[in-house]
Design a binder for this molecule. Structure first.
Ligand SMILES: [Zn+2]
Length: 212
């Protein structure tokens, strides 16, 4: 078995997702930047619900997210899933249970990638936590790429961009890969509120700023 593993690595060499060094999916050096702690954010005015995140965003964290989202690398999926599980565990301890509602990718992006990344992550969280995943949010109009926009422009770009498909009663926990300004989570909560669903908290793998 050992030789089979060596052979596999020869054919499909494992490289560090952070720095491309051969060997592990995340090397000990890059592990320092992908080290799931728990960051909880309660003090901001918007969104008004707490956000639980596990990893501080860094260039290395950015590469892990891209490797999962753009290239569908299993090792990157696993790192993100592990971070999400930690965040969710702390969230449920403090906020109680709820249904998991993933943030949808834009339809063009999902087509390109061949999957709804966060839906897949959420379903795996459901398998681990017994909390149901509900695919209840969809995009209703085109939005611009967010990455170059500031907080105000992001909020404007997203206002009214999402809608919830079904009326449901109960509490929801939003699932996203990265929180930056919180405008996506805000818009998701607004759309869900229109259908009677109150967002209790959000869970993300990464957070772009230090939290209070
Ligand atoms: Zn590395």
């Amino acid at each position: 078995m050992k030789s089979l593993r060596a052979l596999q690595e020869l054919i499909f060499p494992i490289r560090c997702l952070g720095c491309s060094a051969l060997g592990l999916s995340i090397c000990s050096q890059c592990r320092r930047s992908w080290h799931p702690h728990i960051f909880r954010q309660n003090s901001r005015t918007s969104p008004h619900f707490p956000i639980y995140s596990a990893v501080q965003y860094s260039p290395i964290a950015g590469r892990v997210l891209l490797a999962a989202k753009e290239n569908g690398l299993v090792q990157a999926d696993e790192l993100i899933l592990h971070a999400l599980k930690r965040s969710l565990f702390h969230c449920v301890q403090e906020q109680g249970i709820g249904m998991l509602i993933p943030i949808p990718s834009r339809p063009s992006i999902a087509r390109l990638r061949g999957r709804q990344f966060l839906l897949e992550m959420s379903l795996q969280l459901s398998a681990a936590s017994q909390l149901p995943t509900l695919e209840n949010l969809v995009h209703v109009r085109k939005v611009r790429d967010q990455s170059t926009l500031d907080a105000k422009a992001r909020a404007e770009n997203l206002r009214g961009a999402l809608t919830a498909l079904r009326y449901l009663s109960g509490k929801a926990i939003l699932i996203d890969d990265l929180v930056t300004t919180g405008s996506t989570l805000d818009e998701a909560a607004r759309a869900l509120r229109e259908k009677g669903i109150e967002v209790a908290a959000a869970v993300t793998a990464c957070v772009a700023e230090p939290l209070g």
